[in-house]
Structures are given as C-alpha cells and as structure tokens.
Design a protein around this ligand. Structure first.
Ligand code: 5RP
Length: 230
C-alpha cells in the first residue's frame, strides 16, 4: 500500500510540473517532496520535453541523471527559469525554513539564480510563524565551536547535526548546526544576524524568495499561494 503522505507530496509536485515549458533551464530541489518533481520531470523528458537542469544536492543530481534529465553546470548558464523545491516550514508571507536535508547552501544558490521559484509542500509544513523547526545553519568545520557560541548569543542552543556519532557533512564539506530559536518574530532580521557571524556559510531562512507555494492536503486538494511583492 502506498504511503498516504508520499501521495500528498506527489500531488504538489505534479501541480508544479505544469509550469515547465520546452527549452527551460530548471533547478531541482532536494528531499522527499522534490523527489516527486524530479521523477515527474524525468517522465516528461521521456515523452519529449526538452529541458536542462542543475540539482541542489549530489543526491538529486544522481536522481535526475537516473531519470534522464540533462544536467548542466553553472558555467553553461546565466539563470534558471524555474526551480522546484520543498521546505521544512512555510509561513503566511511565504518565508521559508529549509535545510532539513542539509542542502540549504546549494538550495539558496540555485534559488538566487532562479526567475520563478516554486515551493512544494504537504499541509504539515504550513505554519503561522516560522521557528518550530530548528533553523539549520551551515558552518565551516574550522572553529565551529566558536561559531556555535556566537550563534547561541542570538537566543538559541545550537546542536551539531550528526550521523552515526560523526558530524553530518554537507555536500560542500561543511557542518550543520540546528538552532532552535522558538517562534521567529523577525525572520529577515534573524537571517541577517546569523549570516553576519564569521564561520557561517548561510542559514535556512529563505526570505521573500518563493514566488509560489503549492500545498497539498490529505483530502487530495491543493492550494496555490502567490507571494505578494512589496
Ligand atoms: C533539504 C530541504 C528540503 O527541501 C526540506 O528538508 C523538505 O524536505 P521534504 O520534502 O523531504 O520534507 O530543505 O535541505
């Protein structure tokens, strides 16, 4: 029997794929929701869609190649037309927390190069205020203890992400500190404060970046919310 949550994620991904047109250069996200977008794009490519793509992680790059999606490098392009990615939290202004899968730096580089950034989530990711999900912060391994100390002064207790008792390493060779701030009242300010700390590569707050969020619900419905600029 198929997992119902998986089905919900797939539903959001299918809606997002409708935005893709022939000739586009795409950004491919990371995670269990973006997985469905990659599979769906792969199917469309097999049916004759001509696109090329850059992935936000080594894992998604492999998935895309397996699915038959042509992969390019940043040296070959000057922008991405559409990126489809997941998120860990989405607030009412479409600000995001990302990085649960540890790909936040690549995800932000790809998102920043993108003309139209689509976020796909299941309903559990929608929150009135960001912060229940600990904010992932990607840091240089060198001196990470000092970076962690500086982060704690902003009002959190950073936890070094680990796998099998060893520090988790991002695709860029960095560590991730998961920082539980609780409710984040001023996400844009916190984003600036965190990134101002030496040793921080970037953090998982994505402010004013998503153009559209497609949320899928257990009852099979979807809701599309566009960012109101300004
Ligand atoms: C990876 C991410 C993912 O987009 C986020 O963790 C959501 O993943 P999933 O779709 O598996 O819930 O930011 O760094």
């Amino acid at each position: 029997m198929e997992d119902p949550v998986k089905n919900v994620k797939k539903l959001a991904a299918v809606k997002a794929i409708d935005y893709i047109r022939d000739g586009m250069t795409l950004g491919l996200g990371t995670g269990s929701t973006a997985y469905w977008a990659i599979q769906g794009i792969g199917e469309r490519v097999k049916q004759g869609l001509t696109v090329r793509a850059i992935a936000t992680s080594v894992q998604s790059d492999s998935l895309a190649r397996e699915a038959g999606i042509p992969i390019v490098s940043f040296a070959e392009i000057d922008h991405l037309d559409i990126t489809i990615d997941g998120a860990d939290e989405v607030d009412e202004k479409l600000n995001l927390i990302k990085g649960g899968g540890g790909a936040l730096l690549r995800e932000k580089i790809v998102a920043s190069a993108t003309l139209f950034y689509i976020i796909i989530v299941d309903e559990t990711k929608l929150v009135p205020r960001l912060g229940k999900f600990p904010l992932p912060v990607e840091v240089a391994p060198f001196g990470w203890e000092m970076t962690s100390l500086q982060l704690s002064k902003l009002g959190c207790k950073p936890v070094l992400r680990s796998v099998n008792d060893k520090p988790f390493l991002s695709d860029n060779g960095h560590y991730i500190l998961d920082c539980a701030f609780g409710e984040i009242v001023k996400p844009a300010l916190l984003h600036e404060q965190v990134n101002a700390i030496t040793g921080v590569m970037d953090n998982g707050l994505f402010i004013n970046m998503a153009d559209v969020v497609i949320a899928a619900y257990k009852d099979g419905s979807t809701k599309l919310v566009e960012r109101v600029s300004g």
